[in-house]
Design a binder for this molecule. Structure first.
Ligand code: CTP
Ligand code: MG
Length: 231
């Protein structure tokens, strides 16, 4: 089944400390956001992209899309104060009841095979998200002291994309707004209204470029992938 994707790129990138929105940072000489957009541009199941941007960066974003020949961006909408607001603006730009994916502009390493596994799952079982099993021993810490060790097998690190029926995720955002509930991802808005979200196992490489050392990890991932293609 086909899907549409909302890509929030309207952050500030404060933790990256680059003095600009990290979406524009160069990875392998290409802006971070372009790496992300190319994955969806190249996926036959992706019908269109809704890109969410900062008002002051609108022109710069338009230029980027032209320069790199990205054609699937059907609408550019303005973001809000928090990621949740930005995503909501993106969702409101859609109509009908398509399958909609929400994917961070700052996660360039998502692969088509993972996207397709996620789309299959949302068709079969409703709301779904990509995630990976926790690798480290996890402890509950209170006032700097470990209180207990949380059973690792039940802990997953959740990533994007996350996939929903448009009607479901729009309803969840509406309810969150009404109840002033802020979540750090979209799945948590469904959890808030008592809905279940299926976890689809993804890949540890699907990092969100967040702090400066992530750029080094990102360059390494690109280098290895290039090596795999040529070797
Ligand atoms: N995002 C957004 N609108 C916001 C905040 C974030 O569209 N008001 C987007 C970011 O551009 C990013 C994604 O949501 O693609 C994930 O957010 P995050 O990694 O936190 O990026 P920033 O908010 O830009 O970074 P920071 O929190 O360090 O300032
Ligand atoms: Mg942020």
């Amino acid at each position: 089944e086909n899907y549409k994707v909302v890509i929030p790129a309207a952050g500030q990138g404060k933790r990256m400390k680059a003095g600009q929105n990290k979406q524009f940072l160069l990875l392998d000489q290409t802006p971070l956001l372009i790496h992300t957009l190319r994955v969806f541009e190249g996926d036959v199941l992706c019908e269109s992209i809704i890109l969410v941007v900062n008002e002051g960066e609108l022109e710069e974003m338009r230029t980027l899309l032209l320069t790199y020949g990205i054609k699937k961006v059907e609408q550019i909408v303005l973001g809000g104060q928090e990621r949740q607001h930005s995503v909501y603006e993106g969702l409101k730009a859609l109509d009908g009841n398509p399958i909609v994916l929400i994917h961070d502009g700052a996660r360039p390493f998502i692969q088509q095979s993972e996207i397709h596994k996620l789309v299959e799952t949302v068709v079969k079982s409703g709301s779904a998200t990509i995630g990976t099993p926790a690798k480290d021993t996890m402890k509950l810490v209170v006032n700097g002291k470990a209180v207990k060790t949380v059973e690792r097998s039940s802990l997953w690190a959740v990533q994007t994309p996350q996939a929903f029926r448009l009607a479901d995720i729009l309803y969840a955002h509406k309810k969150a707004e009404l109840d002033s509930f802020m979540g750090t991802d979209d799945a948590s808005l469904l959890e808030f209204i008592g809905e279940k979200v299926t976890i689809v196992e993804g890949n540890y490489e699907n990092i969100k470029l967040t702090t400066p050392e992530d750029i080094i990890f990102g360059e390494a991932i690109i280098k290895r992938r290039k090596g795999e293609r040529n070797g």
